[in-house]
Design a protein around this ligand. Structure first.
Ligand code: INI
Length: 166
């Protein structure tokens, strides 16, 4: 039988941060609410949730890096909304946000999750911010919690395996 690892969605012991972009705030405030509500529903204590605002999605990776470097969090969720119709540099802003957030996650070893809507128009963004297609902030927080609780399971198992081989 293969050994299987899956992080439980239990945030009781976690400290989390949400980094939220102010650009398209009518959308991002809904993503923020989705992320915070999901953390609370998953058992993260209210006092263990911090929220950090930045100007736009382009700035999300830098703030996430600061928070990761602080050592104060088990997981970080980034939320933002980049809407193609509103900017000729959509691809740069969306691409840098995605690449930067992935870089911070890999380099810090901390779950830093991507709750950034990238859509063609406002209606598509609304649908993904608590509308018909769900809430990207909620999805990103669930991913953050799952990854944060998965890590110790994997670490402990690998340590046991190394111990048994020693
Ligand atoms: N930032 C966003 O979060 N979403 C957008 O749709 C957007 N548009 O349209 O340009 C946007 N631009 C600002 C950008 O994120 C930076 O804040 C700015 O370039 C300063 O670095």
């Amino acid at each position: 039988m293969p050994r299987t690892f899956e992080g439980p969605l239990d945030g009781a012991a976690l400290r989390v941060a949400v980094v939220v972009a102010r650009f398209n705030e009518l959308i991002t405030e809904k993503l923020l609410a989705g992320a915070v509500d999901t953390a609370l529903e998953s058992g993260v204590p209210d006092e263990s949730i911090d929220v950090v605002w930045v100007p736009g999605a382009f700035e999300l990776p830098m703030a996430a890096q600061w928070l990761a470097d602080s050592g104060a969090y088990d997981a970080i969720t980034c939320v933002g909304a980049v809407i193609r119709g509103e900017t000729p540099h959509f691809d740069f802003v969306a691409g840098e946000a995605a690449r930067g957030i992935a870089d911070v996650a890999r380099e810090s070893g901390l779950p830093v999750t991507f709750g950034v809507i990238t859509s063609d128009n406002l209606a598509q963004a609304q649908a993904r911010a608590g509308g018909a297609v769900g809430n990207k902030g909620r999805e990103a927080m669930l991913a953050a919690i799952e990854m944060a609780t998965l890590r110790p399971l994997v670490d402990a198992s690998m340590a046991r395996r190394e111990g048994s081989l020693a």
